[in-house]
Design a protein around this ligand. Structure first.
Ligand code: PBG
Length: 328
């Protein structure tokens, strides 16, 4: 009890589970969760990703089954990453109509129609032989040359059946270039979910195994944000993306950037997404496998904290499983 305030007892609202549920305020629902999936060309069976226990590189067939299951479980959407059999300097498999991710989009759109939201991650790092997110010359990633590639990829993904494209390469002007190309190709109604505030993070480590997209030289510090910069820089990136026509914005990673999520939420009136990335997944899975954390509680607590910080949408590798739990 606070001295001098005999009637103030915060515990009153915690006395029963029903009362706590009534006042909870932050709710988790499968509808807010998006499942990231990997589909690899020329695989004969799904291949486990060592650093992400429970996550696989899918074949087209196993992807179709997993996507239907996730939708059945109640997830709000899926985000697709393709891993081509052959990579080249320009990432040509990203916008080839018969490229793996575009074939997967077409197959899932045929299977699922508009029953879910198919989001295409729009980047080149999974498709380039050097592993960078854009066109490289003399060891540097060229901004404007890369924008032309992103524009072509956006149109290919839209044609293939994506409901939303999500540029994640952190090139300046990428949203504007993509918006212009989509409009010109007859996709004026197709939304862009911009990875606006994306940091150069160690927590992408396991993803690079999953998507086979580790940079072959250097790192992504020349285009992704520096974690040491003030939150204002994230707000500036968000404002630029909105000015260029972004329909929704994303912060990435999530758990180490809750302050950024909360600042972005306060600054904008569009949907805010947050990506609980591969390293966040791996940390909890590893601790749970050792018996050091209660896995289910840890998963739900992290998701809750991301929603409480202000994210409307959470991209998470636990989306299907958590949606299943939350439905019960
Ligand atoms: C592509 C991309 C990355 C992730 C999502 N899109 C990798 C990167 O930027 O290096 C990471 C997702 C994760 O770690 O789960 N640019």
């Amino acid at each position: 009890m606070t001295p001098g305030f005999p009637t103030v007892r915060p515990r009153r609202l915690r006395s029963t589970p029903a009362l706590r549920r009534l006042v909870a305020s932050t709710r988790l629902s499968g509808a807010d969760l998006v499942l990231p999936v990997f589909v690899k060309e020329s695989l004969s069976e799904p291949t486990p990703i060592g650093s992400m226990p429970g996550v696989v590189q899918h074949t087209l067939d196993s992807l179709r089954a997993a996507a239907s299951d996730a939708v059945e479980a109640g997830v709000g959407g899926l985000v697709l990453f393709g891993v081509p059999a052959v990579k080249d300097a320009g990432g040509s498999a990203a916008d080839a109509d018969d490229g793996i991710v575009n074939r997967a989009l077409t197959a899932l759109r045929a299977d699922l129609g508009d029953a879910t939201v198919l989001i295409a991650d729009l980047c080149l790092c999974e498709y380039t032989d050097h592993g960078h997110c854009g066109i490289v010359a003399d060891g540097a990633v060229l901004n404007d040359e890369t924008l032309e590639r992103y524009a072509a990829v956006a149109v290919a993904q839209a044609r293939a059946g994506a409901h939303v494209v999500a540029p994640s390469g952190m090139m300046d002007g990428q949203v504007g270039a993509i918006r212009t190309a989509l409009d010109a190709a007859g996709f004026a109604g197709l939304p862009v979910l911009a990875y606006s505030a994306k940091y150069a993070s160690c927590f992408y480590g396991p993803f690079r195994e999953a998507a086979e997209g580790a940079p072959q030289f250097g790192d992504r510090g020349g285009y992704q944000q520096d974690p040491a910069r003030p939150v204002d820089e994230a707000l500036r990136e968000v404002a630029l993306d909105l000015a260029e026509g972004a329909d929704a914005v994303m912060v990435k990673p999530a758990l180490a950037y809750l302050d950024v999520i909360s600042a972005v939420r306060a600054a904008v009136d569009v949907p805010v997404a947050a990506y609980q990335v591969s390293g966040e997944y791996a940390m909890v899975e590893a601790a749970a496998a050792n018996g050091w954390l209660d896995r289910r509680r840890a998963v739900l607590e992290t998701l809750l904290s991301i929603r409480r910080a202000g994210a409307d949408i959470v991209l998470t590798y636990w989306a299907a499983e958590a949606a299943e739990w939350l439905r019960a």
